[in-house]
Design a protein around this ligand. Structure first.
Ligand code: RIB
Ligand code: NA
Length: 299
């Protein structure tokens, strides 16, 4: 394989403002100065993987504009192969993000060019799929594009999905996941509120029964759960004080995908990914906060 990881997904300019509290409907609040960071769940995963030393490629679409150039620069600086980053069709995607004093975020994404990444774009990138050991994606691009991804996987490559933002998923997509990575909110949307059991262990088992070969449930400060035919296992959390959680899930997913590709077990890979995710929340921004392999090892 030429690539350890191919990420298919979104690239957004993150427009970030710190707030004391979020405004309600019809209300105005003053926030901090604006920060503009490279983001998007796909672009974030690619940068996180490359920082960890993985040979990484990104298949995405950005606009022919300043934000598109910001995103391409950030990918190249991290060492991501951008041969699959298409330019044009609509303006670059934008994420409007507020971060509160506890480090939690609220995000509204305007997809822009991400919404134009088509099944045809996936088919045209066939050689990237043939040369990638692991392929990961998220749901900030059209669902039919994600479905086309699983139809183009090389026979032995592994597929990892973080269904964010969540929506009900077709069986074909669920069946390809190894693993499906969800947080509590995503688990509930995918299962439908009524079908959810009491504990995260219940959600993991019910999700697994829907077809994925494995499932990871991330529990924020409570760590994570991994579930496969071998059973359900808890992965302890790493204690840190949160400054900005934006992109932590993307870094977790990327780290997990990279370590699985390197041959680790799901539990080993998830424990490593939890350390990577924890390090990212101690700094502002998404991509700008992702650690190198050496920084992870030093902790
Ligand atoms: O997961 C974090 C990301 O979600 C941000 O970078 C933002 O662009 C949105 O896609
Ligand atoms: Na961060």
């Amino acid at each position: 394989y030429d690539y350890d990881l191919l990420v298919v997904g979104s690239a957004n300019a993150d427009l970030v403002v710190g707030v004391e509290r979020r405004p309600g409907a019809g209300e105005t609040v003053l926030g901090s100065d604006l920060a503009v960071h490279p983001g998007g769940k796909g672009a974030n995963q690619a940068v996180a993987a490359a920082r960890l030393g993985a040979r990484t490629a990104l298949l995405a679409r950005v606009g022919d504009d300043a934000y598109g150039r910001l995103l391409l620069d950030s990918q190249r600086e991290a060492g991501v192969d951008t041969v699959g980053v298409l330019v044009g069709g609509a303006p670059t995607g934008v994420a409007l993000i507020t971060v509160d004093p506890s480090g939690d975020n609220s995000i509204v994404v305007s997809p822009g060019a991400n919404g134009r990444l088509s099944p045809q774009d996936v088919r045209a990138a066939g050689c990237l799929f043939q040369s990638s050991k692991v392929v990961s994606t998220q749901l900030e691009i059209p669902l039919e594009t994600v479905v086309e991804v699983v139809r183009n996987l090389a026979p032995d490559s592994r597929f990892v999905l973080n269904p964010s933002p969540p929506r009900p998923l077709p069986r074909e997509l669920l069946a390809a996941c190894d693993p499906l990575i969800v947080n509590e909110h995503e688990a509930k949307v995918i299962l439908g509120e009524s079908a959810v059991g009491d504990t995260p262990e219940d959600w993991a088992r019910i999700l697994l029964a829907k077809g994925p070969r494995s499932v990871v449930v991330t529990l924020g400060a409570e760590g994570a759960l991994v579930a496969s035919a071998e059973g359900v296992l808890r992965i302890p959390s790493v204690k840190v004080s949160a400054v900005d959680t934006t992109g932590a899930g993307d870094a977790f997913t990327a780290a997990l995908a990279v370590r699985l590709g390197a041959g680790e077990s799901l539990a080993q890979a998830a424990a490593y990914a939890a350390r990577v995710g924890a390090l990212t929340v101690t700094k502002e921004g998404a991509q700008v906060s992702f650690p190198s392999a050496a920084e992870v090892a030093a902790r």
